[in-house]
Design a protein around this ligand. Structure first.
Ligand code: 0X9
Ligand code: ZN
Length: 581
């Protein structure tokens, strides 16, 4: 059973106070763009005789078994006409490919050295800074920045979220997710809309970033959307309308431990936080993907290759299936049970209070716009036409390839499939860019503007308000004589989510189906009337009409009344006068 907390409790204004974690000061010798190796990684990795060097390879799987074996490798999403695919090879992967008999060719022996040389080559031709809201000189860090970094224009997610909320209290509300990360970091989100403190029933757009530690642009674009909204409000009619009609909820850093390991890899190395004789070298940390859960029982943060659980395989919809691995050191390790990780539980708790009509989880890379279902075996989803139409409408602006996500490869346990499968949200995964964290000045601002990322986000956010794509509950709270009363409205639903092939041999541990409890609340107008924009009450795979919503109205004096109601996508359910007693 999930712990019951109200949406308000969840979205309480958070006092950030001091940084959750004290990060090491950047030594004066370090480059301001910490985390980016300059002039070739070799020197920094000197003496390590190739340990920690990451490579790219093309592989030619020959049959279904070899394709399935690729789930446990690190796929870069590059696809070639001859049927080969590209993998990011970690230490130990080459012998694994050999053992599996999969044909391969190493195409880039040292990825980091290559990226460093590209950055060096780009240095002379960097564009002058473009004035794009929320951009800076380099990728944000998680929290505290040292004075040296601050001078170089480095900012942090948590500092910037707090500053946004402080500067725009009428439009931005900062909140803490219910659980801290494994290493004890707080996870923050913001809600952005006009008159943000008003607890009304506007439709919701939810977006997050940085499930995957190394995918730095995914957090940048998430927070940049907040800047776009607050900067445009009252000036740009499109943004003004969006802010008035949709509540946008953003969690830029879902996995703060993993992100810190990746973003601070070079800083930690130079400040000798990491013993120099550790096999965990800069490249392995900078390209870390998962959270940082130890598989060896080491204390946090673990100095361990292969640490972590893929938080984008840990969600509960069809958890445990195709495209996820049961092997702890795999890049796609799903964890021992669904929602074993606080990072995924946080998103579960948040979404269970939101009724997010549209949802996007940002990732890198591949310039892809992925829509459910995550695994081929699910077949067509009931809302396939809407999901395709809306996916294509977004991709028309950023030029990404708009596909069913299983067309890239199978996955189960992702945020996107949870959003659609457990909530009926129109849910997407964006794969931005053509590498995990391209050189900031050469990529972020341009991708946002000319590259159309901003426009595509606007399309998805606005789609939340499309009356054809969600349900509406309306009515009026009154007393027994029909006189209007102000109060609260809650919409609740309890139902079961099956796991992958529940009950058969693929679930030998007998992990039970998940019980989901969704409760969302709003406050009526002064005359007792309410309009609550919600997701369809019938979840995608529920039989018949599905489990209905229980709508409870509660007057300020505590008297209440309940109704059960089915509402479909595009429906308006008018409850009329709901008299409390
Ligand atoms: O594997 C993932 O979690 C995502 N790619 S990433 O390289 N950013 O890790 C893709 C998830 C989307 N779902 C499917 N492709 N089925
Ligand atoms: Zn990712």
């Amino acid at each position: 059973m999930t712990r019951k907390i109200t949406r308000r409790q969840l979205l309480r204004t958070a006092g950030l106070g001091a940084g959750a974690v004290a990060l090491g000061a950047l030594p004066a010798a370090a480059a301001p763009e910490a985390g980016l190796l300059r002039g070739g990684g070799r020197a920094l990795l000197g003496g390590s005789a190739g340990r920690g060097v990451l490579s790219l390879a093309r592989v030619w799987p020959a049959d279904a078994d070899q394709w399935a074996a690729l789930w446990s490798f690190d796929d870069t999403h590059a696809r070639f006409d001859d049927g080969s695919v590209e993998l990011l090879l970690w230490p130990g992967d080459l012998p694994r490919l050999d053992a599996l008999g999969i044909r391969y060719r190493v195409t880039l022996p040292d990825l980091l050295a290559h990226e460093a040389s590209l950055r060096e080559a780009a240095r002379g031709r960097r564009a002058v800074a473009v004035d794009v809201p929320g951009t800076g000189t380099t990728y944000r860090k998680l929290d505290a920045v040292s004075p040296v970094e601050a001078l170089a224009g480095v900012t942090s997610y948590y500092g910037d979220l707090r500053a946004l909320a402080d500067a725009h209290p009428d439009m931005v509300q900062l909140f803490e997710l219910p659980e801290t990360s494994l290493e004890g970091r707080t996870v923050y989100g913001i809600e952005v809309c006009s008159d943000v403190a008003r607890e009304d029933g506007r439709p919701v757009f939810y977006m997050d970033g940085l499930h995957h530690a190394r995918e730095w642009p995914s957090g940048e674009f998430t927070i940049m959307f907040a800047y776009e909204l607050v900067t445009g409000y009252g000036k740009d009619s499109r943004i003004t309308e969006l802010m008035d009609s949709v509540r946008t909820v953003l969690v830029p850093v879902q996995n703060p431990d993993g992100f810190t390991r990746s973003r601070d890899a070079l800083t930690s190395y130079l400040s000798a936080h990491t013993p120099l004789d550790t096999p965990l070298l800069v490249s392995e940390q900078e390209y870390h993907r998962k959270n940082t859960r130890s598989h060896s029982g080491a204390p946090h943060p673990p100095l361990e290759t292969g640490a972590g659980i893929d938080t984008n395989r840990n969600y509960g919809f069809q958890w445990g299936g195709d495209g996820s691995s049961g092997s702890p050191t795999s890049q796609t390790y799903r964890g021992p049970e669904p929602f074993s990780e606080p990072e995924a539980r946080n998103v579960r708790a948040l979404l269970s209070r939101l009724h997010a009509v549209t949802l996007n989880s940002n990732h890198t890379h591949g310039r892809l716009l992925l829509r459910p279902p995550g695994a081929r075996t699910f077949g067509a989803f009931p809302d396939e036409e809407i999901l395709t139409e809306l996916g294509d409408a977004q991709a028309a602006h950023n030029g990404y390839r708009s596909i069913f996500s299983y067309e890239l490869y199978d996955t189960t346990g992702t945020t996107m499939d949870w959003g659609y499968g457990a909530h009926g949200s129109l849910a997407y995964t964006y794969e931005h860019a053509t590498s995990f964290h391209p050189d900031y000045p050469g990529y972020i601002a341009e991708a946002w503007t000319d590259g159309g990322v901003r426009e595509s986000f606007l399309v998805l956010a606005e789609a939340a308000a499309n009356p054809a794509w969600h349900g509406v509950l309306r009515g009026r709270l009154t007393d027994a004589s029909g006189a209007p009363l102000p109060g609260r409205v809650s919409v609740e639903k309890t139902f079961e989510i099956p796991l992958w092939k529940d009950g058969d041999a693929s679930n030998p541990a007998g992990i039970p189906a998940l019980t989901e409890e969704h409760t969302s609340e709003m406050v009526t107008d002064a005359d007792g009337s309410f309009v609550f924009h919600v997701n369809p009450s019938r979840r995608p795979f529920e039989p018949d009409e599905g489990v209905p919503y229980t709508v409870t109205v509660t007057a300020e004096d505590g008297r209440s009344a309940s109704r059960t109601v089915h509402v479909g996508r595009g429906d308006v359910a008018n409850l009329g006068e709901v008299a409390v007693s």
